[in-house]
Design a protein around this ligand. Structure first.
Ligand code: HEC
Ligand code: HEC
Ligand code: HEC
Ligand code: HEC
Length: 191
């Protein structure tokens, strides 16, 4: 009798957890998922700003001769592009498990939107993105200056004094104040 009770409890607990499924809030969708909406002039073209920033090349940097030399001087057994000591600041979500990356995600895209704005699988849908509170509830982060310091610090072999204002200016991207999300009326047009 006692055994049956325990088994029942186990089944119930399993059901409780399986119902939720994998938590999208932890899944990195990849910059290509953000590009589809954030590349237009109308939206403010944040993608193009990012694409031309050094963050987009952060992984490629690890393939250079210079990086090979740094890895050697640090006495790493792995190459720079394989070593956790380098990847942790040069790719997005380096610490996450395989299940926590969407199909379009590739590490070659370096420091992507989601390194700063949080994993985006759950918030990237338009109806959610159009509502700031809902986006934040689904994992969106609007980063603060101190968030940059997780990578811009003296552990970096090429550290330069980090001054937020001058650094932010080089990657500055904004919303277009004239953009307005489709209203409910427009969405119901087909009616
Ligand atoms: C389906 C289209 C769509 C996709 C895909 C999308 N966004 Fe958005 N995003 C929007 C819209 C619409 C807004 C709200 C309009 C605005 O703020 O100008 C927005 C706003 C934002 C904001 C500003 C939020 C605020 O309240 O100020 C950030 C940051 C953002 N998106 C990041 C991302 C990231 C990162 C991704 C990829 C993981 C992404 N978005 C994918 C449409 C999209
Ligand atoms: C997840 C790690 C990470 C975070 C967080 C991060 N960065 Fe970076 N950043 C890098 C790496 C790595 C590079 C070097 C890329 C390269 O050149 O290969 C870099 C380079 C830069 C550069 C170019 C510097 C130069 O020499 O021209 C600027 C500007 C910059 N970051 C600004 C920022 C700002 C502002 C923030 C916060 C809003 C920030 N970064 C957050 C990892 C990060
Ligand atoms: C703590 C985070 C961090 C770690 C760890 C880290 N980097 Fe970086 N790396 C950065 C940042 C941030 C920059 C941008 C330099 C700056 O402005 O401070 C950078 C810049 C560089 C640059 C110069 C890129 C350019 O555009 O000129 C090279 C090369 C580099 N890193 C290689 C490596 C290698 C190789 C490793 C591992 C041995 C490594 N980094 C580990 C954060 C890090
Ligand atoms: C290195 C960190 C970093 C990266 C990478 C990054 N952002 Fe941002 N983003 C910021 C910061 C910091 C702000 C300013 C937040 C604020 O003003 O409160 C910002 C602001 C925004 C805003 C405007 C929010 C507003 O209220 O005006 C949008 C939209 C946005 N980012 C989208 C993106 C998209 C899309 C990508 C990738 C293509 C991206 N960001 C990549 C750090 C980053």
């Amino acid at each position: 009798m006692k055994n049956i009770l325990i088994i029942n409890m186990c089944v119930m607990i399993t059901l409780l957890f399986s119902e939720k499924g994998p938590d999208d809030k932890n899944i990195y969708a990849g910059v290509k998922r953000c590009k589809v909406c954030h590349e237009t002039e109308e939206m403010g073209n944040q993608y193009t700003v990012w694409e031309h920033s050094k963050h987009a090349d952060a992984y490629k940097t690890l393939l250079t001769e210079e990086s090979a030399e740094i890895a050697k001087s640090w006495g790493l057994s792995l190459s720079a592009q394989e070593a956790p000591e380098c990847l942790k600041c040069h790719v997005t979500g380096y610490n996450n498990s395989k299940a926590e990356f969407g199909k379009k995600f590739i590490k070659e895209d370096g420091i992507q939107c989601e390194s700063c704005h949080g994993p985006g699988e759950a918030y990237r849908k338009e109806n959610i993105m159009c509502d700031r509170d809902l986006s934040i509830a689904n994992g969106l982060i609007l980063p603060k200056p101190e968030d940059c310091l997780s990578c811009h610090n003296e552990e970096s072999p090429r550290y330069k004094t980090f001054v937020y204002e001058t650094y932010y200016e080089k990657i500055m991207h904004k919303s277009n104040p004239d953009y307005s999300c489709p209203s409910d009326e427009e969405e119901d047009e087909d009616w």
